[in-house]
Design a protein around this ligand. Structure first.
Ligand code: ADP
Ligand code: MG
Length: 240
C-alpha cells in the first residue's frame, strides 16, 4: 500500500539547513496498523506529511497504492489526497462554524457527491463513531473526545485507502485517548490500513507494529502484540 525508499528531507532557513529525514525505508501492506514512534523533533510529522502528500521529499521514492508520488501539482496532489487518504490530527482541525454533520460531509463535497448523498454518508459515519445525536452541534459544543470522533468520521467519509493520524490522542486525557484508540482499532479490524504517529509508548502498543524513529533514522521496526484499548481503559479505570 505504502512503499518508501531512501527518503531524505531537509528544511532550509536562510543559510541554515536542518536534515530531518536521513534515508527512510519502509513499507506498509494493506490492512496493517502501524505506529511511528519517536520523541518530539524526531521527524514524525515531517514523514507523515510526505506520506500524506502535504509535503515532498528531497530524495527517494514514494509509491502509494502502486502510484508513484512525485512532482505533483497542487490540483493532482489534492485529487490523490482525496482519493487515497484520510487525515486525523491532534488538534482535530474541524471547521468551527460548521455542524458535526457538515464537517464530516466536507470531503464528499470535494469528491463531487450530491447533497443528499453527502448527508446520507456523513450521517452513516457519524453513527459509526457513536455521534448520530450530535449531528447538528457545532465543534465548540463537543468534548475533545467527541471532536476527535467527528474528525475520524470525516477521515472515513471518503472511504480512503489509508488513514493517517498525527498524535490523534495528543490533546486527550488517558481515558478518552483509549476510547479514541478503541474506535481506531475497530476501524483497522474491519481492514483499513492505518498509520498512527505518537510519542506515547502505551498508544504505540495499541497498534500492531512499531516503527521507532530517532533523529530522522528508523532505529527499529517490529511487530508487537496489540494491546486492546478497551482492556487498557478498564485497567486504567480500575486503578482510580
Ligand atoms: P516531530 O513530529 O517528530 O515532533 P517534526 O517532523 O515536526 O518532528 O520536526 C522535525 C524537526 O524539523 C524539528 O527540529 C522541527 O523543528 C523541524 N521542522 C519541522 N517543520 C519545519 C519547517 N516547516 N521549517 C523548518 N523546520 C521545521
Ligand atoms: Mg509532530
Amino acid at each position: 500500500m505504502i512503499e518508501i525508499k531512501d527518503l531524505h528531507k531537509s528544511y532550509h532557513m536562510g543559510s541554515n539547513s536542518l536534515h530531518v529525514l536521513k534515508g527512510i525505508n519502509f513499507s506498509v501492506s494493506e490492512g496493517e496498523m502501524v505506529s511511528i514512534m519517536g520523541s518530539s523533533g524526531s521527524g514524525k510529522s515531517t514523514l507523515l506529511n510526505i506520506l500524506g502528500i502535504l509535503d515532498e521529499a528531497d530524495e527517494g521514492t514514494y509509491h502509494l497504492d502502486g502510484t508513484e508520488i512525485k512532482n505533483l501539482n497542487e490540483r493532482v496532489a489534492a485529487k490523490y489526497r482525496n482519493k487515497f487518504l484520510g487525515f486525523i490530527f491532534q488538534s482535530f482541525n474541524l471547521i468551527n462554524y460548521k455542524s458535526a454533520l457538515d464537517n464530516v460531509a466536507m470531503p464528499l463535497y470535494y469528491q463531487g457527491e450530491k447533497r443528499n448523498v453527502r448527508t446520507e454518508k456523513a450521517m452513516h459515519y457519524l453513527e459509526k463513531v457513536g455521534l448520530a445525536n450530535w449531528a447538528g452541534h457545532l465543534p465548540n459544543e463537543l468534548s475533545g473526545g467527541q471532536k476527535q470522533r467527528v474528525a475520524i468520521a470525516r477521515a472515513l467519509a471518503s472511504d480512503p485507502k489509508v488513514l493517517l493520524a498525527d498524535e490523534p490522542t495528543g490533546a486527550l486525557d488517558t481515558k478518552t485517548s483509549y476510547e479514541v484508540m478503541e474506535l481506531i482499532q475497530g476501524i483497522n479490524d474491519e481492514g483499513k490500513t492505518i498509520l498512527v504517529v505518537t510519542h506515547e509508548d502505551d498508544i504505540a502498543h495499541m497498534t500492531k507494529r512499531i516503527v521507532n524513529l530517532q533523529d530522522g533514522i528508523i532505529l527499529d521496526d517490529s511487530v508487537v502484540k496489540q494491546v486492546r484499548a478497551k482492556e487498557a481503559k478498564e485497567k486504567a479505570l480500575a486503578h482510580v
